[in-house]
Design a protein around this ligand. Structure first.
Ligand code: NAD
Length: 261
C-alpha cells in the first residue's frame, strides 16, 4: 500500500509501518545523516541530480586542502562563496525536527552527520549526542596553529575588505573548520561513529549516497555486528540490498512519518 506525498512522489506506506515498528521496538538507534536531509532546507547536496558537483565539477577543487593551501585565488573564491552561502541562513526542516523527537524518546544512541551546516544542533539535538564527522562551517580554523573561532569573526574581516584573512595569532592560512579532501578525520570522532554503528540496535542512514569513506563504512560495520540497517534516501545507494528496509522519498516527509511519537 502506498500513500501519496504532495510534490514528493509516492512513499511505500507498508514500508513506513514496518520501519515504525522496528524503530519503536529498538532500545537504541544510531543515525548517519547526509546532505539529503538538508536539501529541503535549501542547501544543495553534492551528488544528487541538482548537486553542487553534478552541476559544477570544478567546485570540488575548493574542497581540497592542497588546492586551498597552494592557491590564493582558490581561497579568495572560497571566502566570497562563504560570505553568500545559504548555509548561514538555512533553518532546520521537519526531518531534522523528527530526530529531535527521537532523542526526546530516549532512544537516540548517536547522531553522526556528514553535514557541515550545523542544522542538527540548531534543530535542538544535544551537541553531546552529535558527531559532526566532517566538521562545521560555523567556525574557522588556522591550518598552521590550529586556532579556532566563530565563523562570523572571519566573515566580518572579509566584509571589511580582507580578501583572504590570515590567522591573527600566527599568520597562517585560515579555512572553515570542515574536513576537506586530503585531510584526515578526527580519530576520536570516527571511533564514536564506529562504536555507534556496532552498539545501537538499528542504524538509520538518511539522505546520504553512502559513497564517502571512511564514514560510509558505518553501514557494513553495523551489518557485520548483526544490527538492522534502515535507509531513507531519494536515490538508490550501494547498500540498499543489505538493508532490512529502504524508503525512497524526501527525508523531511519520511522521518516525521517514521518517528512521530
Ligand atoms: P551526497 O551529496 O553524496 O548524497 C546526498 C544523497 O541525498 C543523494 O543520494 C540524494 O539522492 C539524497 N537526497 C537529496 N535530497 C534528498 C531528500 N530531500 N531526502 C532524502 N534524500 C535526499 O551527500 P553525502 O552522502 O552527505 O556526502 C557528501 C559530502 O558532502 C559530505 O561529506 C558532506 O560533508 C558534504 N555536504 C554537506 C552539505 C551540508 O552540510 N548540508 C551539503 C552538501 C555536501
Amino acid at each position: 500500500m502506498s500513500m501519496a506525498i504532495p510534490g514528493d512522489g509516492v512513499i511505500d506506506e507498508g514500508a513506513v509501518a514496518f520501519v515504525r515498528g522496528v524503530l519503536e521496538s529498538a532500545a537504541s538507534v544510531a543515525v548517519l545523516s547526509g546532505a539529503g536531509i538538508s536539501t529541503d532546507s535549501g542547501i544543495p547536496d553534492f551528488r544528487g541530480p541538482n548537486g553542487v558537483w553534478t552541476r559544477n565539477p570544478g567546485a570540488e577543487k575548493r574542497s581540497t586542502i592542497q588546492h586551498y593551501v597552494e592557491d590564493p585565488q582558490v581561497r579568495r573564491e572560497a571566502w566570497q562563496i562563504r560570505l553568500h552561502s545559504d548555509m548561514f541562513t538555512a533553518t532546520p526542516n521537519d526531518g531534522h525536527r523528527a530526530l529531535v523527537e527521537l532523542e526526546r524518546s530516549g532512544r537516540l544512541h548517536t547522531l553522526v552527520t556528514q553535514n557541515i551546516d550545523g542544522l542538527h544542533v540548531i534543530a535542538g539535538n544535544s551537541p553531546d549526542k552529535i558527531v559532526e564527522i566532517h566538521g562545521t562551517v560555523h567556525r574557522w580554523e588556522c591550518v598552521s596553529c590550529g586556532a579556532r573561532g566563530p565563523m562570523d569573526e572571519a566573515l566580518d574581516r572579509v566584509r571589511a575588505g580582507e580578501e583572504d584573512p590570515h590567522c591573527l595569532f600566527c599568520g597562517g592560512i585560515v579555512k572553515s573548520a570542515t574536513i576537506m579532501f586530503g585531510q584526515s578525520l578526527v580519530a576520536a570522532d570516527l571511533m564514536r561513529a564506529e562504536l555507534a554503528a556496532t552498539e545501537a540496535d538499528v542504524l538509520l542512514a538518511i539522505g546520504t549516497s553512502l559513497s564517502v569513506y571512511p564514514i560510509a563504512a558505518m553501514v557494513p560495520l553495523a551489518l557485520e555486528a548483526g544490527r538492522a540497517v534502515v535507509i531513507v534516501n531519494a536515490e538508490p545507494t550501494p547498500f540498499d540490498e543489505h538493508a532490512i528496509a529502504v524508503i525512497r522519498g524526501s527525508a523531511s516527509v519520511v522521518l516525521p512519518a517514521l518517528l512521530a511519537l
